[in-house]
Design a binder for this molecule. Structure first.
Ligand code: GCU
Ligand code: CA
Length: 388
């Protein structure tokens, strides 16, 4: 019920300046191959990429376009991106209903939905999104997306994405039905959310001057198990607590590729080389896009950045090749500290890869692994390092 249209002219320039396209990630990004390990956890970027890949004509739910609440363009569509999950990208106009430190001219003390104690949801406390109150065309099925036809109720959970941020949100208020004349808000609109949702996403949250014209993606999870309970005091926390579960469920149901689990494989070609080294691809059997070929000299090295989920002693397993007749031992240093010498025995030829392992302490987060040749041959060709 929501913000006024009169502020349009006032904020149009500012909102345009703020608007920026979402970073487009392709399906190929989402499908980047990693070591085959069951999905543990999906990132917001991965899930958004999957959602965007599924926002296709074939998955469109509405037959008539919705109105972008801020720009008034009739170009907002809703897509079923997974079973029971619906997504749209639009503006964010700011709803201040239910609480009014900064009321917009359409401010109302009530929201359509209430908290678990029957109190109006406070727009300054609860991140909520706004959907149409009825079917504008009074038809069934509705030509627009109409929540009642999709197993969506008050306080229904959604993920909201904007410029690299991801929050949880609930269905809190509705656009006015088509039976009144006092406002041009109507149930065809999509693109409004509460002050709190805006604040969490880094969007200007004033009910009169805030909002953004485009780039906010709302992904609604239907069904009773995704209705969030709680009061104005704890609904935000209860909602944010569901974000990772929602990312994981949706990521898995879209068939997304999981992120590499902690302790996975890091390609040598993501690293750097001492003088004279090159990243090559002229021998068979490497993974990624190539392998490290250091200069043939004592002290020649390849340095590979890796990440570890937790601190502790881990095994580094280097995939390497040494097609000569002499082993290529190397000092292994971690974050600048030598952790011993690892032998890299010969392999049948340069197309044959073997593994050499060493235990080292790692810190949580990024660590720098250096493989430093101790003989005149430099290091073996290094393809990757796996942490376990
Ligand atoms: C050959 C081989 C390289 C290798 C080098 C070496 O040139 O093609 O991949 O790095 O020998 O001896 O280090
Ligand atoms: Ca070499």
């Amino acid at each position: 019920m929501s913000s006024t249209r009169t502020r349009f002219a006032v904020v149009a320039a500012a909102a345009l300046a703020l608007a920026a396209p979402l970073a487009i990630r392709t399906a190929a990004d989402a499908a980047t191959t990693h070591t085959a390990v069951k999905a543990d956890s999906f990132t917001a970027a991965q899930v958004l990429a999957g959602v965007q890949a599924n926002m296709t004509t074939a998955n469109k739910v509405n037959s008539k376009p919705h109105i972008n609440t801020m720009t008034r363009a009739q170009n907002v569509n809703v897509y079923q991106v997974a079973s029971g999950v619906y997504a749209y990208t639009s503006s964010m106009a700011i709803d201040t209903d239910g609480s009014d430190p900064d009321p917009d001219p359409d401010h109302q003390g009530q929201t359509t939905w209430q908290d678990s104690n029957g109190k109006a949801l406070g727009a300054h406390h609860v991140p909520f999104y706004v959907l149409g109150d009825d079917c504008w065309d009074r038809k069934s099925p509705c030509p627009h997306f109409f929540f009642k036809e999709h197993n969506i109720k008050g306080r229904q959970f959604a993920l909201m994405f904007y410029k690299g941020k991801c929050i949880g949100s609930i269905f809190g208020d509705t656009q006015t039905a088509n039976d009144q004349t006092t406002s041009d808000n109507d149930s065809r609109e999509l693109g409004e959310a509460s002050v709190k949702a805006a604040q969490l996403l880094g969007i200007p949250s004033s009910g009169t001057t805030g909002g953004v014209d485009n780039g906010v993606t709302v992904v609604m999870f239907s069904g009773p198990s995704w209705v969030v309970n709680g009061t104005n005091a704890n609904l935000n926390a209860n909602t944010q607590a569901l974000v990772q579960k929602a990312l994981d469920d949706l990521g898995a149901s879209m068939g997304g590729t999981p992120p590499p689990p902690p302790g996975s494989t890091f390609e040598a070609e993501t690293g750097t080389l001492s003088a004279g080294g090159t990243f090559d691809s002229n021998h068979l059997g490497f993974t990624g896009t190539g392998f490290a070929n250091t200069a043939n000299a004592v002290g020649a090295f390849v340095e590979i950045p890796v990440t570890a989920a937790t601190a502790g002693t881990k095994t580094l397993s280097f995939r390497y090749s040494d097609g000569t007749t002499a082993a290529r031992p190397a000092t292994i240093s971690v974050n600048g500290t030598s952790r011993g010498t690892l032998n890299f025995p010969t392999t049948a030829n340069w197309d044959t890869w073997a593994t050499a392992s060493i235990s080292v302490p790692l810190t949580a987060g990024t660590n720098t692994i250096r493989v430093i040749g101790t003989t005149a041959g430099g290091t073996a060709n290094i393809d990757s390092v796996t942490i376990s």
